[in-house]
Design a protein. Sequence first.
Length: 362
Amino acid sequence: MARLFDPLQLGALELPNRIVMAPLTRARAGRDAVPTAIMAGYYAQRASAGLIISEATGISREGLGWPNAPGLWNDAQVESWKGVTAAVHEAGGRIVAQLWHMGRLVHPDLGGGQPLSSSATLAPDYAHTYEGKKPYVKAREATYEDIRRILGDYARAARHAIDAGFDGVQIHGANGYLVDQFLRDGVNFRDDLYGGSINARLRFMTEVIEAAAAEIGMDRVGIRFSPNILVQGVEDSDPPVLYAAVARRLEELRVPWIELREAHRPTLAGAIPTAPVSPEMREHYSGKIVLNSDYDGPSARARLAEGIADAISIGRPFISNPDLVRRICKGAPLSAGDPATFYSGGAEGYIDYPPLEEAEAA
Ligand SMILES: Cc1cc2nc3c(=O)[nH]c(=O)nc-3n(C[C@H](O)[C@H](O)[C@H](O)COP(=O)(O)O)c2cc1C
């Protein structure tokens, strides 16, 4: 039975423990999507995680619709990321880049034109822009030419991630972004190579994984999903069947690890989760499974003991507890974070959460 402080191999990555830092968008990059110096300090503070998954990082200008999120499409971004990855490595950590194309969730103010998706659909709610929230713009259906270009962007971003010193990449296949917009049938109405049957819906994800692996090797590629919950207007009519097929495909591709944002309670947006699919995926997939959502030390230990998960990823508690791993190890209390500064820009609420001793002395 695996324990939280046992080491773990995820493809080429050797983790000293099984507490993974989940990807967290913090919006501290420049408008040019170039990482800033405080990002190095922030990630280094959290280097005791078995693995850090970076905040979602744009593969192209057209695919990035979050103000002040970072990118990996040009040399300036690569150069700045080098400072971040070096700081993490110096502090003894490991970090992979989460590769992101937001598809229909990119507002033209940021992406530069009409967004695209698997099908011509309109996302619910509001887009993030530099002038605040604005209604989404209806996406157009991606052509085969678009898809070829985007696969090239994924390949370039994967290569750039390694050039920038990342230990690997995680494809963002969760939360209603582009890969998810192809996978789940709530928004993919195509009837061609990329939609119609489950097999066709898996094609884009498969090609993205292959494009990244061709650049950096499959042993440095992972992927994340949010299978059992409606996110940003994207859900599936039959998650167990779809994600069993996903698991079989990942097994064929020999993808070494996956992360599931597997909700157990309603989200803030009010979506009710359906049954977890990790048991089905485990049956068809022999790689490592990282489970996420609402874990703390005790619940992470209990979950590992059930035998489906190989590691647990933790998001929000890592924001306010840079030394989360140590606190879990000692059974120490966790500090609460301030949601007002989750995406607010500067150093406040970012690199000023104290580690345990300082917190106790204060
Ligand atoms: C501030 C914030 C930013 C997030 N950014 C990302 C992201 O960039 N990529 C992603 O896949 N999920 C993102 N998520 C989702 C988290 O990774 C995680 O799935 C969610 O917070 C539930 O896990 P937790 O209960 O451990 O926080 C974000 C969540 C929060 C609260």
